[in-house]
Write a protein that binds this ligand. Structure first.
Ligand code: FCB
Length: 441
C-alpha cells in the first residue's frame, strides 16, 4: 500500500463492514423469514437460487471473525442487526435469543477494542411485513420505529454509532423499479412510495432514538458517479437525471427537506398522498453521514424507453468481477461534493468501498493484487478529499468476509478474508495482510 495510518488524521477509524443476512446464517437462533428468503426461493432471481440460510455461519463463528479484525489492527467494525432476527414477525413478539446474540456480539467487539458501528436495516424485511406491502405501505415507518426502539434500548449504551438504513436507493429503486433485489417488484407506483417511505422510516427511527437516548446517529447512502456516455445533450440530461434518482433524491431530502425537481417531474403522479408535509420531518438533524461508493456509470437518453428514458452504455475503464468500472476519482468527487453542497463539516464515514474478484486459494494463500490496488487508490482518493476540506473520519472496507452477495449468490467475492463455502474455512487474502501492515505505520 502507498499509504499508512499516520498519513490520516489522528483518530481516523479504519475498519471493515458486513451485513447480517449476508454472513450470519439466518436459519440459526430463531430468526423469522425475510423477503430475501422468498425472493431467493423463486427461480430466476438469484444465482443458483442461493440464500442466506447458512452464509458464513458468523452466528457461531463471530469470535474468530472479530479476532481477524483485531489482528489486522482495525479500529472499527460496521455490522447490522437483522429486524427479522430480533422480531421474527416484524412486529410484536421479540426473539430474546436474537437480542442476546447481538448483545454478545457487541461485547465481543468491545473486548477487542473495535468500535461498533451499527446499521439497523440492511435489507431483512420480515416476510410478515412484506405480506402487508413492505416499503410500499406507509405504516412501515412506525413498524421500523418500533424495531429501532427495541434493538437500540438493548445496544445503544455500547455502540459507537448507529445508522438507520443502508442504501435507500437499493431499498426503493433497485428493488421496486428494476426488480433486481427483493421483493423484486417492477412498478413505478410502488417505487415512488418506497422512495418516500424509506425516508419516512429513517425519520421515525431518528426520532425514536433521540427519545430513548441513543447517541451519534446517521444514515448510510450510496453514491454512483453518473456521466454522459457521449457529448449529445440527451446524454448530458440522462446523466443529470440519473444523478437525481440515485444520489440527490435521498441526500437532498435528508439534509434540506426537499426532493429534486427533475426527479419529481417523473414521479409526482405516483407519490403517496401528503408527501409534502412529511419533508420537514425527513429533514432530521444528524450527527454523521455514511457514504458507500463503488463505481461510475455511463448514460444515454433513449426516447423509446418510458421515464426515466435511461440507457446504460459500456465504460472504458477496467472492471471488477461485478462488471463495475474502477474509478477512484469518483470517491474524491462525492466526498468533496457532499461536504460542499450538503453536509458542511458534519463527519463523513466511508461506510463501504471494495471490490469483487474471482479469488482462489493456492497453497493456503490468496494473492489479490487487483484488490490491493483498488483499496490503495480509494484510500488515496479519501486522503485527497480530506486535504480538500471534507471532514472524513473513517473508512470501512466492504467486506470483511466473502459472503452472500444478494442476487449474485456466493459467486462474487468481496472479502479481505476468503471463505470456502464448503468448509467455511477463513483465509486472509493478501489485501488483508497489506492493510494490516499499512495500519502499523
Ligand atoms: C452494497 C451493499 C452491500 C454489498 C455491496 C457490494 O450495495 O450495501 O450489502 O452488497 O454493495
Amino acid at each position: 500500500m502507498e499509504f499508512k495510518r499516520s498519513d490520516f488524521p489522528e483518530g481516523f477509524i479504519f475498519g471493515a463492514a458486513t451485513a447480517a443476512y449476508q454472513i450470519e446464517g439466518h436459519k440459526f437462533g430463531g430468526a423469522g423469514p425475510t423477503h430475501w428468503d422468498t425472493f431467493a426461493a423463486t427461480p430466476g432471481n438469484v444465482v443458483r437460487q442461493e440464500d442466506g440460510a447458512l452464509a458464513c455461519d458468523h452466528y457461531h463463528r463471530y469470535a474468530e471473525d472479530l479476532d481477524l479484525l483485531q489482528a489486522a489492527g482495525m479500529d472499527g467494525y460496521r455490522f447490522s442487526t437483522s429486524w427479522a432476527r430480533v422480531m421474527p414477525e416484524g412486529r410484536g413478539a421479540v426473539n430474546e435469543e436474537g437480542l442476546d446474540y447481538y448483545d454478545r456480539l457487541v461485547d465481543a467487539m468491545l473486548e477487542r477494542g473495535l468500535q461498533p458501528f451499527q446499521t439497523l436495516y440492511h435489507w431483512e424485511m420480515p416476510a410478515a411485513l412484506s405480506d402487508l406491502g413492505g416499503w410500499t405501505n406507509r405504516d412501515v415507518a412506525s413498524w421500523f420505529g418500533d424495531f429501532t426502539d427495541v434493538i437500540t434500548r438493548r445496544l445503544g449504551d455500547r455502540v459507537q454509532a448507529t445508522a438507520t438504513i443502508n442504501e435507500p436507493w437499493c431499498v426503493a429503486f433497485l428493488s421496486h423499479f428494476l426488480g433486481i433485489h427483493a421483493p423484486g417488484h417492477r412498478d413505478i407506483r410502488d417505487t415512488a412510495r418506497a422512495m418516500h417511505h424509506v425516508l419516512l422510516a429513517h425519520a421515525e427511527a431518528m426520532e425514536r432514538m433521540r427519545a430513548n437516548g441513543t447517541k451519534n446517529l446517521g444514515v448510510v447512502l450510496n453514491f454512483d458517479r453518473a456521466v454522459p456516455a457521449n457529448d449529445t445533450p440527451g446524454a448530458a440530461q440522462a446523466a443529470t437525471l440519473q444523478d437525481g434518482i440515485f444520489n440527490r433524491w435521498y441526500i437532498e431530502a435528508i439534509t434540506k427537506g426537499t426532493y429534486p425537481a427533475d426527479v419529481l417531474e417523473g414521479l409526482l403522479q405516483y407519490m403517496p398522498k401528503g408527501w409534502e408535509e412529511d419533508l420537514t420531518r425527513i429533514n432530521q438533524p444528524m450527527d454523521w453521514l455514511g457514504v458507500n461508493y463503488y463505481t461510475r456509470n455511463h448514460y444515454e437518453r433513449d426516447d423509446n424507453i418510458s421515464w426515466p428514458h435511461l440507457k446504460l452504455a459500456e465504460g472504458p475503464l477496467p472492471k471488477t468481477q461485478m462488471g463495475w468500472e474502477i474509478y477512484p476519482e469518483g470517491l474524491h468527487y462525492f466526498l468533496t461534493r457532499l461536504a460542499k453542497d450538503y453536509v458542511g463539516d458534519m463527519p463523513i464515514y466511508v461506510t463501504e468501498n471494495g471490490m469483487a474478484w474471482g479469488d482462489t486459494v493456492e497453497n493456503g494463500a490468496v494473492f489479490d493484487p487487483e484488490r490491493m490496488a483498488y483499496v490503495n487508490d480509494h484510500m488515496l482518493a479519501t486522503k485527497r478529499a480530506i486535504e480538500d476540506g471534507a471532514n472524513v473520519k473513517g473508512f470501512f472496507y466492504w467486506s470483511l468476509l466473502d459472503n452472500y452477495e444478494w442476487a449474485e449468490g456466493y459467486e462474487k467475492r468481496f472479502g479481505m478474508v476468503h471463505v470456502d463455502f464448503e468448509t467455511l474455512k477463513r483465509t486472509p487474502k493478501a489485501t488483508y495482510h497489506a492493510l494490516a501492515n499499512a495500519l502499523k505505520g
